[in-house]
Design a protein around this ligand. Structure first.
Ligand SMILES: Cc1cc2nc3c(=O)[nH]c(=O)nc-3n(C[C@H](O)[C@H](O)[C@H](O)COP(=O)(O)OP(=O)(O)OC[C@H]3O[C@@H](n4cnc5c(N)ncnc54)[C@H](O)[C@@H]3O)c2cc1C
Length: 352
């Protein structure tokens, strides 16, 4: 039985390893644009120089799994076509191409490997006293601004977002903002209309000079599913049934950020359980057992504020916010363990 996994992030790597463990007869090919697994949840650290996030894929995949460097241009009719024109046939496929960024002109994106690397180089070249502006008031923006401010106290760091940290309960919101202020990050609650010639223009009419402007908003997904004729939602995520299979083709499982699971947001914390569930489902189907529907569950969300501080926010199963949060060094340790856990789960095919 031939299985193709498209994308070797958290979801694709975990699915491949779990399936290899459960279905010994599966011939698994993983296709990824680079020969490395990228710990995407640490890209803000990569750019600030506090971590390296790329690990050779060969050391992340179980023996017997084939990996190919390439980008898939089309999926369907039991095969994928790569950008070099070659094809790979499959009996089953896992579509796990993640999410992407759509940066405003004049900014450098943070949320992908291709963006974080130029951002790291540009940041390292900035002389003391320069201004860095981070656009995005969600978790990626907060983590990026804090990481840069802590690693480069010689720079002036500003975060701009419609309402910075609004995705937290009141107590956590206040704690995130006081943590940013402790790191001397200027918080600007405003929308950005344009960045041109090193000047950022805001909705309120204000304008700031910025030596490096980082785009820290993750939005949209690669258009592979849509281009291949699979049904997608308004964000381009492939529509799936209750077993995480494309509604158009039962041979294609869709997992991680690119899957239109109702209620799901872009999160490693969801990509891993989805991949584990889909691999289990395929194993059950092969054994002639009934698959079980996937059910989405949230527990918490957390943001780091540099290496020594963080805010963790408990949520209900449906992601609505609880009032309780945990903060400080304990939260930073918990978040670090969660980040390590994501990579460990992918490498071992465990979790979910
Ligand atoms: C700075 C930052 C911090 C984050 N922190 C957290 C956090 O604390 N908690 C949390 O839950 N989430 C966090 N996230 C979100 C998390 O990183 C993503 O939700 C997660 O990476 C999704 O996993 P995935 O496997 O679906 O996609 P990805 O990890 O993005 O992997 C997708 C892979 O597919 C590849 N690919 C794309 N197109 C193709 C193609 N056409 N052919 C072949 N391969 C392709 C990509 O190059 C990539 O290797 C963070 C994100 C960022 C940017």
């Amino acid at each position: 039985m031939k299985v193709v996994v498209v994308g070797a992030g958290y979801a694709g790597t975990l699915a491949a390893n779990r399936l290899a463990k459960k279905v010994k007869s599966a011939e698994i090919t993983v296709i990824n644009p680079r020969p490395d697994f990228v710990e995407r949840v640490r890209l803000h650290q990569q750019l600030a120089g506090t971590a390296t996030v790329a690990t050779p894929l060969a050391s992340m995949l179980r023996d017997g799994i084939t990996s190919r460097v390439g980008t898939v241009d089309k999926i369907g009719d039991g095969s994928v076509t790569l950008d070099d024109g070659t094809g790979v046939d499959f009996d089953y496929a896992f579509l796990a191409v993640g999410s992407t960024v759509q940066p405003m002109p004049g900014t450098v994106p943070v949320g992908t490997w291709e963006g974080a690397e130029p951002a790291r180089v540009a940041l390292a070249a900035l002389p003391a006293g320069s201004t860095v502006t981070v656009i995005g008031g969600g978790s990626t923006g907060i983590e990026t601004a804090a990481e840069v401010a802590e690693a480069r106290p010689d720079l002036r760091v500003r975060i701009v977002g419609a309402s910075v940290a609004r995705d937290f309960s009141h107590r956590a919101y206040q704690r995130v903002r006081s943590g940013l202020e402790r790191l001397k990050v200027d918080i600007v609650d405003d929308g950005v209309t344009e960045v041109a010639d090193g000047v950022m223009h805001l909705r309120s009419g204000a304008a700031f000079a910025s030596d490096l402007t980082l785009w820290a908003i993750v939005s949209g997904v690669p258009d592979l599913a849509a281009r291949s004729g699979l049904q997608v939602d308004t964000e381009g995520r492939a529509l799936v049934d209750e077993y995480l299979r494309s509604v158009d083709d039962e041979r294609i499982f869709v997992v991680g950020d690119c899957a239109a699971v109702p209620g799901a947001r872009f999160a490693c914390a969801l990509a891993a359980p989805q991949a584990a569930h889909a691999a289990n489902t395929l194993a059950r189907l092969i054994e002639g057992r009934r698959p079980e529907p996937y059910s989405l569950r949230y527990v918490a969300r957390a943001v780091t504020l540099g290496r020594k501080d963080a805010v963790g926010q408990f949520t209900r199963l449906d992601d609505s916010l609880r009032r309780t949060c945990f903060t400080g060094r304990t939260a930073a340790v918990v978040k670090e363990l969660a980040s390590r856990g994501g990579k460990y789960a992918a490498r071992t095919g465990t979790g979910g």
